[in-house]
Write a protein that binds this ligand. Sequence first.
Ligand SMILES: Cc1cc2nc3c(=O)[nH]c(=O)nc-3n(C[C@H](O)[C@H](O)[C@H](O)COP(=O)(O)OP(=O)(O)OC[C@H]3O[C@@H](n4cnc5c(N)ncnc54)[C@H](O)[C@@H]3O)c2cc1C
Length: 458
Amino acid sequence: MSSAERRIETDVAIIGAGAAGLMAAVEAADAGASVVVIESEDETGGSTRLSGAYVALCETPLQPGGREELLADLLHSHHEDCQEDLSRLYVDEAAATFRRLEALGVTFVRTFQFAHMSKPWAHELSGEDMGGGAEIVTRLEAAARARGVRIMTSARARRLLEGDGVVTGVLVDHAGGELRYDARAVVIASGGFTRGRDFIRNFGRPGAEHILPMTGQGSRGDGLRLGMAMGAAVSYMTAGVAPTAPIEPETGKGAMAIYAGAIAVNREGRRFCRESDLYSDVCWAALAQPGAMFAQIYDRAIRERYAETMMGKVLTGYREIEAPTLTALAQRLESEFGFDAAGVEESVARYNDQLAQGTPDDFGRTHLVGESGERRPIAQGPFYAVSCRPGTTHFNGGLAVDVAMNVRTVFGEPIRGLYAAGEVTGGFHGAGYMSGTFVGMALIFGRVAGRCAARAQQ
Ligand SMILES: Cc1cc2nc3c(=O)[nH]c(=O)nc-3n(C[C@H](O)[C@H](O)[C@H](O)COP(=O)(O)OP(=O)(O)OC[C@H]3O[C@@H](n4cnc5c(N)ncnc54)[C@H](O)[C@@H]3O)c2cc1C
């Protein structure tokens, strides 16, 4: 095939078929643009597909709380250190995004209150047929295809094309050859860099290399590299390299039984944190424990409760130890993973005792998660444990963008023709985050990027 035959023209080329890329594609197509979505993996969805897809939104039929309240919670959870115009954009676009999603067949059924939320902002999908993230991807992909969007899988963007400081397209590896997409605008929606060891080495704090990724295989940071090669600035990279969720290392699967009532103990068998805190805080605490490992300990009743939650439906398949008694469980933890069996037993007994007596918990835990859910003792056999390491579902930092999702250079100028949305961007979360705002950001800012890219004139 000649190079001319490998050249394809489109109005908008989108790199990545996760929530941000697919939402941008739908929006750009509705604005009249011809759109192609390029996806490096053989399946669409990225990290979005793996996620529970809690989405923090305001002013919806399920959560009428107002934008100013959500904004205050966002800024608080971002430690008042973030790009505030993006936070404002998020809350201003939240209700319209909810309506848009409903119109595209994405139906939320209830809300949930995580740590740092003054209201249950996190909107939850039913999870009946598939996990929340898989449902979002499935519906958005169908909507995009119905609008004539071409979605190419196993196609990896390698370089952006540029002329006179304007981005004019993208070079893509596909089936052993190279495709050239000439475009009026390119949207980078390639997800985060949780699997990008070089980025973690250069931007992460000491110890960050121990964080295990549980994200999509495409989370290599390709989009960061593509943008940086065009002179893009990056934003909040170091603050963003943080653990978020516990991972069982043998299977690489996440496990969050702590939010259903499990306790977390270190290798000495001691508790070390308030398990109801934001899971990233639990994981930071775990990184400082001997061997950067810990175990979640729970009983039959907690296991059943966990299975009913969205997290329990999405985070499955990890290696779990079961034993008829707590003593037998503790001994297995000792023989297989080096935990101190006596310490494990003592910690469970102390936790149960404080709960029964109504005396303050050693770490101030009062609920299952944040300020919600009633705790129960760990008392009904069989007993269970999952050995974990701090893992991550996302990193915060990424390409610097403005409120049109136009990528900015290191000098603060817009790069004409280049947009970005989703986890590849930095600034919105700044130095912290609230659950439900990563898929939220991908959807909300994906819409903005799609609209603005469709309007881009060269
Ligand atoms: C287990 C888990 C649970 C989570 N739960 C939640 C939650 O409940 N709520 C929440 O808000 N967030 C959650 N998150 C985080 C959230 O899912 C992600 O931050 C968000 O979905 C990212 O969306 P995205 O579209 O930016 O990236 P992705 O969904 O990762 O999509 C990016 C796509 O780009 C592709 N790509 C990468 N490089 C290239 C390239 N060079 N060329 C072409 N394609 C490329 C990738 O393969 C991928 O398909 C969770 C994450 C995980 C892993």
